[in-house]
Design a protein around this ligand. Structure first.
Ligand code: GUN
Length: 288
């Protein structure tokens, strides 16, 4: 079997067009345009690229966006004060603090402080909790983006087995909750798991979110499985690598995402969708 490629870049472009049309229609009715605020701390080149991409997406769909670029040495107090200001700013619907943050910043306290109604990353415990009890509102952007990719190929989740590799707060854990909500039976594979390849080989859907280039080889994959690679690691010459051995796994899987151009653009669309949802709620617009 040779897998079909799930082209996140193309799917994301279509979804951005839909959002742009909705926002234009909305603006013509006199509503305030959705607003996203991004806080970027320090000069991590990868984070700068991600933030530029988010800003470009906002411009493309007609959102208002601001970026606060703060020094690496910003204090916890200053960062917290800025979040409180953005929470109170009625022109801003979504507040996002780009991670990773410098070591001296307590990231948990920062995320706890973002108003759950503006948590368009879906990182706040309130929003993760809502997903866990099957009442999602702001869904974590990367897992949501993965679900949009899987929806795109018309996957019927009920009765399928899924394996999520990696158990991080921002991806692995909410990814498992998304797949469970959709009706799949989910196994999470993590650093304490025994016989990981054996467990992954049972899965119809495999999502890898570890950040270890080449971790997932063809013998981990059941023939015909759908394989989603969330891992993205910058190697020599700035080249990006996924967790999955793309060429070998393509011989076994039915669908596979490339890195780059798979999950990354979908995360950004999920962020736009969350911001649109926040703006609707803030302006009392009926949800369709
Ligand atoms: N760092 C890498 N990806 C993300 C993301 O989706 N949101 C935030 N806040 N930080 C990130």
């Amino acid at each position: 079997m040779t897998a079909q490629i799930l082209n996140g870049r193309a799917i994301a472009r279509e979804l951005r067009n839909d959002i742009a049309a909705e926002v234009a229609n909305w603006g013509s009715q006199g509503f305030r345009l959705p607003g996203l605020a991004v806080i970027l701390v320090g000069n991590d080149p990868a984070s700068e690229v991600y933030v530029r991409g988010k800003r470009k997406d906002c411009d493309e769909v007609g959102f208002h966006s601001i970026v606060q670029h703060l020094s690496e040495n910003v204090t916890q107090e200053d960062l917290e004060a800025r979040i409180l200001d953005l929470n109170a700013d009625s022109s801003i619907d979504g507040v996002l603090v780009q991670t990773p943050l410098p070591e001296h910043i307590d990231e948990h306290r920062i995320i706890d402080l973002i108003a759950p109604a503006k948590d368009v990353d879906g990182f706040h415990a309130y929003n993760i909790g809502r997903l866990a009890i099957r009442r999602p509102t702001f869904r974590s952007a990367t897992p949501r983006g993965v679900m949009m990719l899987l929806d795109h190929i018309g996957l019927e989740y009920k009765g399928l087995d899924a394996a999520v590799i990696g158990a991080s707060n921002h991806v692995g854990r909410p990814m498992g909750l998304e797949l469970l909500l959709a009706g799949a039976s989910v196994t999470t594979v993590h650093k304490f798991t025994r016989n990981a390849p054996e467990k992954v080989r049972l899965a119809d859907i495999v999502v890898s979110a570890v950040g270890k280039p080449g971790l997932v080889s063809a013998d981990w994959i059941k023939p015909g499985a759908v394989v989603i690679d969330v891992g993205i690691t910058r190697g020599e010459n700035n080249k990006l690598h996924g967790d999955v051995q793309f060429d070998a796994v393509s011989e076994v899987a039915s669908w596979i995402t490339p890195v780059p151009g798979g999950v990354g653009p979908m995360t950004r669309v999920a962020l736009l969708e969350n911001t649109l949802l926040a703006a609707k709620v803030n302006q009392g617009i009926k949800l369709s």
